[in-house]
Ligand binder design. Structure first.
Ligand code: HEM
Length: 458
């Protein structure tokens, strides 16, 4: 027998929009999950969305044969800049399949290994900054990791240098992107009538969007005029052909994918590095274990690509940080046919479903009663590999899962190993407890640290 999907009380036209905190929508979605349980339904200004929150339901909708990626709300707004680029393409847009097939080898582990020297170049700029500014300097890890990840993806993907570590403020591109993404979230929760009155915000949104498109298309034009021999993502798109159709990507599609890589490739990784740093500081015994592993492997020598394959505890630390705080914790799918979830909730074909991975990653049925604790040990010694693949999905799932995962992973291994090898870290405010802020992705809020060169280096 079918059971109705619960829905909080709503108001005419606007639906449940007042149930959603504008600053931290995920916080509201998780609070509602505590109240309504494994599934509930919201009406967001006329758009009906079913939220699934338990690991079991998330597993059920993680099935490419029955559900496909949906691009609603804020993500649909991101299309203004990223169009049919890989991240924001609708399921039936031909450029997605072409770009996906053409770029898969370029994002493969072997090619990402070739990017190690460029990653190290940018990582050494962060080390230099933290060393030179000294132990009294108050570091915003989220800002410096944003500099690092933006500069890294730009250098590795398109041989472009933002040089973010050489200025007090973040580069104009980064400011434009941050404001653009924030506004994408806001627009998704504004009624059309309110939106039409906000001419100032719209003008700023359009200007930010134009700035991003101008920078990306200038990079494409420059490379066409001045070709280089480098196995980067830009060359893969400029000269690569889809193995199935023989088609290449036009300059417009390439520009949109460059913007996609800059957006998708830096915010998420910067958040992961920030949350990892927070959890290590809160759990000093885990930090000691991690440092011992890094010291044993590197023997105090500069970190090499070979070292990165010998750090199981660091892998476990990153997996656990991403479980507790997935930086892209929500994803959306639509049902391809009428179906019934958990044998009792009826879902109509075309119904939008939001997958709340933050809740699923904290589900005690899968992760135990200590699911809220930071315990990298649960990801070690084959335990991670033994889990069903749908249980841990900070990189999404199936056909539309993250193409940049090997890139992000190598970068994070290098950066975290380098930091624990080089610095003693401490909280600026020892009583700080994690708070989270949300743009398109999630990051720690008001999190500040100090870094001093290690007193007991190996
Ligand atoms: C897709 C997370 C790093 C590029 C995704 C998705 C998630 C995700 C959850 C699926 C979104 C959905 O289903 O709607 C992350 C996390 C990262 C990370 C947590 C770092 C810790 C990167 C990097 C790049 C990248 C470094 C690029 C260099 C993409 C692209 C897609 C994607 C292009 C769309 C793939 C497709 O639909 O074909 N990512 N990502 N990501 N990511 Fe990542």
């Amino acid at each position: 027998m079918s059971v109705p999907i619960p829905q909080p009380p709503s108001v005419p036209f606007l639906g449940n929009v007042f149930s959603i905190d504008k600053e931290l929508p995920l916080g509201s979605f998780s609070l509602l999950a505590k109240q309504y349980g494994e599934i509930y339904q919201l009406n967001i200004i006329g758009r009906s969305v079913v939220f699934v929150n338990s690991a079991e339901l998330v597993r059920e909708v993680s099935n490419d044969k029955k559900f496909q990626k949906n691009v609603p709300g804020a993500l649909a707004e991101v299309r203004r800049a990223a169009g049919d680029g890989l991240f924001t393409a609708y399921a039936d847009e031909p450029n997605w399949a072409i770009a996906h097939r053409l770029l898969m080898p370029a994002f493969g582990t072997a090619n990402i290994r070739n990017m190690f020297d460029d990653m190290k170049d940018i990582c050494s700029q962060l080390v230099l900054k933290w060393s030179r500014f000294g132990p009294d300097y108050v570091i915003s890890p989220t800002e410096d990791f944003t500099r690092l990840t933006l500069d890294t993806i730009a250098l590795c993907a398109m041989n472009y240098r933002f040089n973010s570590f050489y200025s007090e403020t973040l580069p104009p591109f980064c400011e434009a992107m941050t404001d653009f993404l924030k506004e994408c979230n806001a627009r998704a929760n504004r009624p059309a009538i309110v939106q039409s009155l906000m001419t100032g915000a719209t003008a700023k949104f359009e200007a930010d969007c134009k700035h991003m498109v101008d920078v990306a298309s200038e990079i494409v034009k420059h490379r066409r005029l001045h070709p280089i021999e480098k196995k980067d993502l830009l060359n893969a798109m400029l000269y690569g052909k889809d193995p199935k159709t023989g088609q290449g990507l036009g300059d417009d599609a390439i520009t949109k994918n460059l913007i996609t890589f800059l957006i998708a490739g830096h915010e998420t990784t910067s958040g992961m590095l920030s949350f990892t740093t927070y959890h290590l500081l809160k759990n000093p015994e885990k930090l000691i274990r991690l440092r011992k592993e890094v010291d044993d492997v590197t023997q105090g020598n500069p970190i090499t690509l070979e070292h990165l394959s010998k750090l199981p505890y660091l892998n476990a630390v990153l997996r656990e940080a991403l479980r507790l705080n997935s930086t892209a914790a929500l994803r959306s799918v639509t049902a391809l046919e009428d179906c019934v979830l958990a044998g009792k909730y009826s879902i109509k074909k075309g119904q939008g479903i939001a997958i709340n991975n933050h809740e699923a990653h904290h589900d005690p049925k899968v992760w135990g009663e200590d699911a809220d604790e930071f315990k990298p040990e649960r990801m070690l010694d084959g335990k991670f590999e033994a889990m069903p693949p749908e249980s841990w999905q900070p990189f999404g799932f199936g056909m539309r899962a993250c193409i940049g995962r090997p890139f992000a992973w190598q970068e994070a291994l290098l950066v975290m190993a380098t930091i624990v090898q080089t610095f003693d870290l401490s909280f600026h405010d020892p009583s700080y407890n994690l708070e989270v802020k949300q743009a398109l992705t999630l990051k720690p809020k008001d999190f500040y640290i100090h870094a001093s060169l290690r007193s007991n280096a190996a």
